[in-house]
Design a protein. Structure first.
Length: 422
């Protein structure tokens, strides 16, 4: 669709917007090159981050001991050694992909689980390898690395006859150190549970939280290096045109710049302490403490599927992680929106969001639903349509509804010119 058609639709219809990191990138270059800040964030959390665990003594000891072991090991590493961890992580991923016998056994043992829309754990490590080899480390999705813990534990010493972990591999060494203290019921934990207890998981969640904080810009919306390109009057009018604003981002940019309520479907920074999985994580910035336990960061299988379910079943003071069904159900009940603009959101690692969105359109009897997907690069519209088709794997009446849903596309550049830039 063209910008005139979109503008007319925006002015005459209840519409919601769901945005991803592509929104924040328009305001500051720091959101586009997260790996550039990784090492500085590493040094920051080594100096000034907080981690607290509540619960029984073995549980507390396992998580705290494993995180301390990781911190001690990583404390003095230099920049070259730091980035080599991720290069060695690629080598670990490729050692799995290159072993067809191992893959066959993992599949037969049901340690590779294909979702109903065709994605499995192997797809993620294939993407890690392909992206690294084709484009470079800085283009690998930062949420993908955590799946390697799942494979580390799933393989273990179960396949010694056909597979050996890479030798002299700093990433493997790091995972070994992160498992220094075994939880008393380790033998009852599956690979996902063991991944959550490994000290690398705690470290990496803090690393990403500090990196995405973007030197405080994510919570203050100050000193943004692209803000001078933005016509804030146009932008505020655009955002306020939507009945509901939702984002996968953790930052507060929209709230600060536009002063509207924003639903963070993957969590957000908080000034109030929050416990998830009996843990409280926080980073310090400009003299203030920001709690980040609520941030759902990591691969889909462990952090967007296993962790929310496990956390919500745990007793105690854990905050309930709201589900996409909760979020989208509220959207269609409260706002009666039938049109959703998806802006700056890559479907990679977030297929579950689109699947839940189209399912809730059906569950809430939304009449004549429309999804408008903004795409930046040529061909992304075709990829999105194909991915949506793969997601429609419900019963026959739901499938029919979803296939009849109107799917439209608009170039992101047109939206930027009309509603963002001076």
């Amino acid at each position: 669709m063209n910008i005139r058609e979109f503008d007319e639709l925006l002015g005459n219809k209840d519409m919601a917007i769901l945005c991803g990191n592509g929104m924040s990138m328009n305001f500051d270059s720091g959101y586009g090159n997260l790996y550039d800040r990784f090492y500085e964030s590493h040094k920051s959390i080594m100096r000034d981050s907080n981690f607290e665990v509540i619960g029984g003594t073995p549980f507390i000891k396992s998580l705290t001991s494993n995180f301390k072991a990781i911190s001690k090991y990583l404390y003095g590493i230099n920049k070259s050694q730091f980035y080599k961890l991720f290069e060695d992580a690629v080598l670990f991923a490729e050692s799995i992909l290159d072993n067809s016998d191992l893959i066959e056994r993992l599949c037969n043992d049901k340690k590779v689980q294909k979702l109903v829309f065709g994605i499995d754990q192997l797809n993620i490590i294939k993407l890690i390898s392909k992206t690294y080899r084709d484009k470079g480390l800085e283009y690998v999705n930062i949420e993908f690395w955590t799946i390697l813990l799942y494979f580390y534990y799933s393989i273990g010493n179960n396949y010694d006859d056909i597979y050996k972990f890479p030798k002299a591999n700093s990433f493997i060494s790091l995972l070994e150190i992160g498992a220094s203290f075994s939880y008393i019921i380790d033998n009852q934990l599956d690979s996902y549970g063991k991944s959550l207890v490994n000290g690398f998981t705690t470290y990496y969640r803090l690393l990403l939280a500090d990196t995405i904080m973007n030197n405080g810009k994510s919570v203050t919306a100050e000193d943004l290096d692209r803000i001078d390109n933005i016509d804030l009057i146009k932008y505020k009018t655009f955002i306020r045109s939507f009945s509901r604003v939702m984002t996968t981002n953790y930052d507060w940019l929209i709230e600060k710049l536009v002063e509207v309520d924003v639903l963070h479907i993957h969590g957000s920074y908080s000034l109030r302490e929050v416990h998830i999985f009996n843990q409280s994580l926080s980073v310090n910035c400009n003299g203030r403490t920001y709690f980040c336990s609520d941030l759902t960061i990591g691969d889909y299988f462990t952090f967007k599927s296993f962790l929310p379910v496990t956390n919500n079943l745990m007793k105690g003071k854990n905050k309930r992680i709201h589900t996409l069904q909760d979020d989208f159900g509220t959207l269609f009940n409260d706002c009666k929106c039938s049109t959703i603009l998806i802006f700056g959101l890559s479907i990679e690692n977030d297929q579950h969001i689109i699947r839940n969105l189209i399912l809730e359109l059906f569950n809430n009897n939304v009449d004549k639903p429309q999804i408008i997907y903004s795409y930046f690069n040529d061909g992304e519209d075709i990829i999105f349509r194909k991915e949506v088709d793969k997601l429609i794997t419900f019963r026959s009446d739901v499938n029919e509804y979803c296939h009849n849903m109107e799917l439209k596309f608009i170039r992101t550049q047109d939206l930027l010119a009309q509603y963002f830039y001076k």
